[in-house]
Design a protein around this ligand. Structure first.
Ligand code: NAD
Ligand code: GLY
Length: 364
């Protein structure tokens, strides 16, 4: 088992990463003094529940916790105000109070949705992240919680840090292969923004990662969480540095919104966005090799590197203008300077972005 700390003074918390951690779930809850008197609500989705919910509920109940479950439909469309209301209803029915906690058992969708429910129920109660996707090594750390609006992704949300992240990587064995690939896009992102040697390691260990080799997975998730924890600890509320975590996200979020939430997986959309960012780097005079390497790496992991041609360029451009990263009249783009280092740029012109979108559609 590996452990990391997200260092945020009184809001600091650990990330536990290892196989079989859910076998001792009650011990972790004890360690973090989660209340046995106030009821807990475990939020999960319909694809995760058949594999992992019973174990969590049994572990908590045998450990003396009062826990009820709330199951939402699987997929990005559940990050909605309607599902948020459903969770609040379930919380009220289960009798949650201010000392209760909400437990997010699932991928980034459940983590963001249940986390936002915890941030808003009774103006904020405790919550625990139990990620079950590779992608959720990113979403479960850092306290960004949100639901979507049909016009813009993650636009209704809060910063609300969990009590702990309990990452039992044995849950990942039931993941569909497309989700494995999409999750690895965010793992690679953490290398691209921070650590060239980790990118090289991912490149060399692609086969093991795609085959869910436990040792390789534990190492990769530890490294991804490590980068995220360092960045979040320095800039919790994205005043500056944390923006680098958005590499590929300006284009990626627009693609998700225009395609209709769910058509392109989040990791797939940001893989395309990261190739777009590498194309922007070319515009700013950085080495062509950054682009070629980024594209090659994502192709090696079976991820898309072009925009599906049926997505309308005007709509993609317009979706970017509704993004949270559009501020004071200009868009913030994260651009790689080399593999392992990025810069935050506010001087990117819309016509440059349009040209990149066209290139991404043409595959050039
Ligand atoms: P997801 O939660 O939709 O999970 C992907 C699919 O896999 C779903 O169908 C889910 O039901 C299924 N699934 C999950 N775990 C499983 C398991 N162990 N076995 C079988 N099936 C399983 O998607 P995701 O890729 O985990 O997360 C994407 C979301 O995360 C997006 O909404 C994105 O915006 C958000 N995100 C948030 C942050 C943040 O900082 N808060 C960071 C990155 C991404
Ligand atoms: N995924 C971007 C962030 O957590 O800031």
């Amino acid at each position: 088992m590996k452990e990391l700390i997200v260092d945020l003074a009184e809001r600091s918390y650990p990330i536990y990463i290892g196989s079989g951690l859910l076998d001792s779930i009650a011990a972790y809850f004890d360690k973090h003094q989660i209340s046995r008197i106030s009821p807990l609500l475990v939020v999960t989705d319909a694809a995760v529940a058949p594999h992992h919910l019973d174990k969590v509920m049994a572990g908590l109940r045998h450990g003396g916790y009062k826990a009820e479950a709330c199951v939402v439909p699987a997929g990005e469309t559940s990050k909605s105000l309607a599902q948020l209301e459903g969770i609040v209803t379930a919380a009220l029915e289960a009798g949650l109070d201010r000392k209760s906690a909400i437990i997010a058992l699932g991928g980034g969708v459940v983590g963001d949705l249940a986390g936002f429910a915890a941030a808003s129920f009774m103006r904020g109660i405790r919550f625990v992240q139990i990620p079950t996707t590779i992608l959720a090594h990113d979403s479960s750390v850092g306290g960004k919680v949100a639901v979507n609006h049909p016009m813009a992704k993650n636009i209704i949300g809060a910063f609300h840090q969990p009590e702990m992240v309990l990452y039992d990587i044995s849950t990942l064995l039931t993941l569909p292969v497309r989700e494995v690939r999409a999750g690895l896009a965010e793992v690679i992102k953490h290398g691209l923004i921070w650590d060239e040697s980790f990118v090289d390691w991912c490149d060399a260990n692609a086969e093991k990662l795609l085959a869910l080799d436990p040792e390789a997975l534990e190492y990769a998730l530890y490294q991804g969480c490590r980068v995220k924890a360092i960045v979040v600890s320095q800039d919790e509320r994205e005043q500056d540095l944390r923006a680098i975590l958005n590499l590929g996200h300006t284009i990626g979020h627009a693609l998700e919104a225009v395609a209709g939430y769910g058509e392109l997986l989040h990791g797939e959309a940001i893989a395309i966005g990261m190739v777009g960012a590498a194309k922007l780097a070319r515009e700013f005079g950085y080495l062509e090799q950054i682009h070629d390497e980024t594209k090659r790496l994502f192709e090696k992991f079976g991820l898309p590197v072009t925009i599906p041609p049926h997505l309308n360029t005007d709509k993609i451009m317009s979706a970017m203008m509704h993004d949270k990263k559009f501020m004071e009249g200009s868009m913030v783009y994260i651009v790689p300077k080399r593999i392992g280092e990025v810069e935050i740029r506010k001087d990117v012109k819309p016509e440059q972005v349009r040209a990149i979108v066209d290139q991404l559609k043409g595959g050039t």
